[in-house]
Design a binder for this molecule. Structure first.
Ligand SMILES: [Zn+2]
Length: 109
């Protein structure tokens, strides 16, 4: 994806690009820096696609719509702002997520 797709959030997408050295969860967008945060397949293998919050034993842990996933992400906004140093309002974050989540595998069907 190119940052130009995100006219309002180029800086944020740059930050995300830096996180891309880790696989990101294809459901919530969380970078998976260690195997411990990766979800598990039915046979117990770690998934490279989904995190432990979203995926366990080969299935999604929660049956969410994309809008509900945005709400879940917003609950962690303060934490994310602290760790990333990026200031944004809840409205801006929701706008970002509406652009970003559809690029993930879970929301493409
Ligand atoms: Zn996830």
């Amino acid at each position: 994806m190119s940052p130009s797709q995100y006219p309002a959030g180029g800086a944020i997408m740059d930050e995300l690009d830096e996180m891309y050295e880790f696989p990101i969860c294809q459901s919530c967008g969380m970078p998976m820096e260690t195997d411990e945060v990766k979800g598990t397949e039915k046979d117990g293998r770690r998934s490279d696609d989904f995190c432990v919050h979203c995926y366990a034993n080969g299935t999604y842990t929660k049956d969410l719509t994309m809008e509900e996933m945005i709400r879940v992400n917003i609950q962690y906004l303060d934490e994310w702002i602290k760790s990333s140093g990026i200031e944004m309002t809840e409205e801006e974050a929701i706008e970002q997520l509406r652009e970003f989540l559809p690029t993930l595998k879970r929301w493409q069907s």
